[in-house]
Design a protein. Structure first.
Length: 268
C-alpha cells in the first residue's frame, strides 16, 4: 500500500508523538480526539489545536478541521497534520484509513476491539492481546518500551512513573471527583507546594510540590475521577515542558516499525 492514510486516536503526548513520527516519514496522518480532551501535557502534544485551532510540536504544525473532506485534503497535501473532533464513527467511515492506531491509553476502562475495523489496527496500553484487540500491540511499559507484539499480550498495568529528582507519582494530581476542571494557570507557570492550581466545583486542587507546571488539563474541560490533570516538574528552570519526551518517542518508533512490518508504505 503506497500513500495510505493513518488515523491516530488520541491527541495526548503519545498520540502526538506517533503522528509526528509518521508524518516525518511521509505518511498521511490524521489525529482524532474528543471535543474537550483531558490531555495534561499540552506543551508536549498537539492537544491545543483542539482548543486554539492549531499547535506546533517540534517544528510540525497541526490544524483543527472537522469537515471530513477538508481533513482528507489536508492529510493528502501533507503540509500540516489535521486534528479533528468530528463524530468518531462517521469520520472513520468517511476517511476509510488503511491503518488505525489507538493511542488513548485508557488504563482504567475496558479496551476497544479494533481488529477488523480497517486493514491494519495498532493498539497501545496494558494487558492488550495481539490478534484479539488489534492486529499489533505496542508495549508502553518501561520494562519493554516500544516492542512490537504480534503474538501474545502487553504487560499488565504496574509500577511507578520514572522519578524526577526523587519525585515519581507524587508529582501528579488526579481528579478526586467528576466535574468541570477550572484553572487560571498555564503550562510553564511556577508553583509552590500547597498553592491552588485548579478547582473542580468546590474542590481545590493544590500543587503537590514546588516546581513548574509540566502538565495541566485545559480550563473548562469536564473530567472524571482518577483523570490525571496536573503534573509538576521539580527541576524549576530546567523543567522539560515542551517537545517529545523519551517514552512517547520510543513508542512512536514501535508504531513505525509496525507500519513497515505490515508493508504500509509511506511516500510523498
Amino acid at each position: 500500500m503506497r500513500n495510505p492514510l493513518v488515523l491516530v486516536r488520541g491527541v495526548g503526548d503519545i498520540g502526538s508523538a506517533i503522528a509526528h513520527r509518521l508524518f516525518r516519514e511521509g505518511y498521511r496522518v490524521v489525529v482524532h480526539d474528543d471535543p474537550k480532551p483531558t490531555t495534561s501535557r499540552r506543551g508536549m502534544a498537539f492537544a491545543d489545536a483542539v482548543f486554539e485551532g492549531q499547535a506546533i510540536l517540534e517544528g510540525i504544525r497541526a490544524v483543527r478541521s472537522d469537515d471530513p473532506e477538508q481533513v482528507r485534503r489536508a492529510a493528502i497535501a501533507h503540509e500540516v497534520i489535521p486534528v479533528t473532533v468530528a463524530p468518531w464513527k462517521p469520520i472513520l467511515r468517511e476517511l476509510a484509513p488503511a491503518a488505525l492506531v489507538d493511542a488513548r491509553l485508557r488504563k482504567h476502562s475496558a479496551p476497544d476491539v479494533l481488529r477488523g475495523l480497517v486493514e491494519l489496527t495498532v493498539a497501545l496500553g496494558p494487558s492488550l492481546v495481539a490478534g484479539q484487540h488489534a492486529d499489533v500491540i505496542i508495549e508502553t511499559s518501561w520494562d519493554d518500551l516500544g516492542r512490537m507484539i504480534v503474538r501474545g499480550a502487553s504487560l499488565p498495568l504496574s509500577g511507578e512513573p520514572r522519578a524526577i529528582l526523587g519525585h515519581a507519582r507524587d508529582r501528579y494530581v488526579y481528579a478526586p471527583v467528576d466535574g468541570l476542571f477550572e484553572t487560571k494557570l498555564f503550562i510553564g507557570d511556577t508553583v509552590r507546594q500547597g498553592q491552588e492550581v485548579a478547582r473542580i466545583g468546590s474542590t481545590c486542587l493544590a500543587a503537590p510540590l514546588d516546581g513548574v507546571l509540566r502538565g495541566l488539563t485545559h480550563d473548562a474541560v469536564p473530567v472524571t475521577a482518577r483523570t490525571k490533570v496536573i503534573e509538576v516538574d521539580p527541576r524549576g528552570s530546567a523543567a522539560v515542558i515542551r517537545g517529545i519526551a523519551e517514552r512517547p518517542r520510543r513508542i512512536a518508533e514501535g508504531v513505525l516499525s509496525a507500519m513497515r512490518d505490515r508493508q504500509v508504505v509511506a511516500g510523498t
